[in-house]
Write a protein that binds this ligand. Sequence first.
Ligand code: ATP
Ligand code: MG
Length: 344
Amino acid sequence: MKQRILTGDRPTGPLHIGHYVGSLRNRVRLQHEYETYILIADVQALTDNFEHPQKVRDNVLEVALDYLAVGLEPEHATFVIQSMIPEIAELTVFYLNLVTVSHLNQNPTVKSEIQQKGYGSAIPAGFFVYPVSQAADITAFGAHLVPVGDDQLPMIEQTAEIVRRFNRLYAPVLVEPKALLSEVSRLPGLDGKAKMSKSLGNAIFLSDPADVVAQKVRGMYTDPNHLRVEDPGQVEGNPVFAYLDAFDPDKERVQGLKDHYRRGGLGDVKVKRHLLEVLEATLGPIRERRAEFARNMDFVEHTVQQGTARGREVAAATMAAVRAAMRLDYFAQPVLPPAVRDEG
Ligand code: ATP
Ligand code: MG
């Protein structure tokens, strides 16, 4: 039997090139090797967008389009809408007993998001506990592997802790997952900020038209002290070079550009022109495929609907095992394989 992958995205906006190098690229690569489930995490999106349900709704199919555009194949990768899997909510409630508030308080990703969002002391409880609901996502699908960016490592660790606690307390029914990081586990934003993010307005989207990408690249943050072409420039913390590292297949060429930039004599305009070419080599075909699928939204919708139905079956099987382990299997028939049941 194939091992499983579960990963996903919040439908808070279209997917960007950070998703691509951080997670999507790995998903596409592994979809034939693993039974792959991809969660469109609308429930999690609502934890910090509960006042904007239409925004979340509108982005569900956009994200599905992005999946198809990058080359995820619905026969191999199952797209699932999170809110249509009530088992995830159920698991979340049970898992909340297995974590402490003080431990949740230490989650570095949630901490920095709370700061970013300016919640102060008014943190929505649903947002605060979203790492627990992520544990429910992952375990509902019995995932062994979770391809994510490094901001998600605390979530996978939290999940593993819940799994160990659950299995020890009740019965060993949950799978302990591992994170799979790509070599670029965090792409910085156009503004040079540590992380490109849908919510920070510093992203190149997979769905951006070519002229928009060009404009964004031209406006990118670089080394602010690199004023004249002759000046030596700084490569570290310079997102232009971070993107080249992530997208230019010719590593030697990138090294050459870095050396030249450090020495001085290489202008930002020139490096950016090269970056644009490199980006377009990846984004061009994605954009074309996206436009093709966008002409057939019925297919996209059907794909998500079918995937969600399949996902529900998997989550229901996990739920049955969890209920039995927790002595909550009231009135349940003994869980036997169908063949045995038929004979009886
Ligand atoms: P939001 O701002 O709404 O949180 P996001 O841009 O952070 O959106 P998510 O949907 O939260 O995107 O993340 C989906 C997946 O993409 C996660 O595995 C995350 O680690 C990965 N990811 C997101 N941004 C980046 C990035 N800049 N570099 C690498 N991976 C990323
Ligand atoms: Mg995020």
